[in-house]
Design a protein around this ligand. Structure first.
Ligand SMILES: [Zn+2]
Length: 282
């Protein structure tokens, strides 16, 4: 059994590389996909030119697709601060991809009007929010050294998350207090199973994203040198539209986070969670 040992929170852990859960949503170009804002679905079709067709079934010598997609809207993707900045910053500039200790928690969103926690806009009757209170409850007993990455699974956790049309079925979003709680925990990589940290129709404020990246309301610029300091908020990532099946337990994991090497502010990604156990030296 292949395993690796790593240190986190002052202890040594063993990750079993054969016990892994893929928490991305497979991109089904010919099937159901999740969709935010009713954008065009992601497509893949055989390349054709002159006498060549990139489809073996149609007489081509090999399969050869042209792909079209909108990373932010068509499925699991990892994004960086370049989502908000005038300066074009790519997820590949801010993050090399890595193995990191991670915590998975499950939270139940609540009606926005049932909590005193805030959002930058007037809360609407139908809004459901992920609160700091719910997160803090879920994080009781979290292992030391395991909050570099935080994966948040929301309830209900139906499999429909892998094909939901969010323009019709609005997703929950984070209160401002919840974002401050996440930042206070030292999270550098946040993974969520909703299409955005913010309400879909938020008048362009992206308030929760701004708290996380520490960009003041209305600004599209970073502080000078913000990308040079390894601890900078501007180097944090957000991964949206993951799907964490029910059989994956809350708790401590080793996360492998990688995105396609698109030089864009967001790219499709495939987060993997490896089972870990305390290492007992023999
Ligand atoms: Zn996004």
């Amino acid at each position: 059994m292949t395993h690796i040992l790593f240190d986190a929170g002052g202890s040594t852990w063993r990750a079993d590389l054969s016990r892994v859960h893929d928490i991305s949503i497979p991109m089904r170009f010919d099937g159901a996909q999740p969709n935010a804002y009713d954008v065009a679905p992601a497509t893949a079709h055989a390349y054709e030119t002159g006498g060549f067709v990139g489809d073996v079934r149609r007489g081509g010598s090999c399969n050869f697709d042209v792909v079209s997609l909108i990373p932010h809207c068509n499925g699991t993707h990892t994004e960086c601060v370049g989502h908000l900045t005038r300066e074009r910053i790519a997820v590949t500039d801010t993050f090399a991809g890595a193995l990191m200790p991670a915590t998975l928690v499950t939270v139940e969103p609540v009606p926005a009007l049932a909590t005193s926690e805030s959002y930058m806009l007037v809360k609407e009757e139908e809004d459901r929010v992920i609160t700091a209170a719910a997160l803090e409850d879920a994080l009781v007993g979290v292992r030391n050294g395991f909050t570099d990455a935080l994966v948040i699974r929301t309830l209900p956790n139906d499999e429909g998350k892998s094909r939901r049309r969010y323009a019709e079925h609005a997703a929950p979003f984070f209160t401002i207090e919840a974002m401050h709680a996440i930042v206070a925990r030292g999270v550098r990589h946040l993974l969520v199973d909703i299409p955005s940290l913010d309400r879909a129709y938020d008048e362009g404020l992206l308030s929760a994203h701004r708290v996380y990246w520490n960009i003041v309301s209305g600004s599209h610029d970073l502080e000078p040198g913000a990308l040079d300091d390894a601890a900078s908020p501007a180097l944090r990532t957000i991964t949206e539209m993951v799907y964490v099946p029910d059989h994956v337990d809350d708790g401590a994991w080793l996360l492998s986070l990688q995105s396609a090497p698109f030089v864009l502010d967001a790219a499709p990604s495939r987060p993997l969670l490896y089972h870990i156990t305390p290492h007992i030296p023999s």
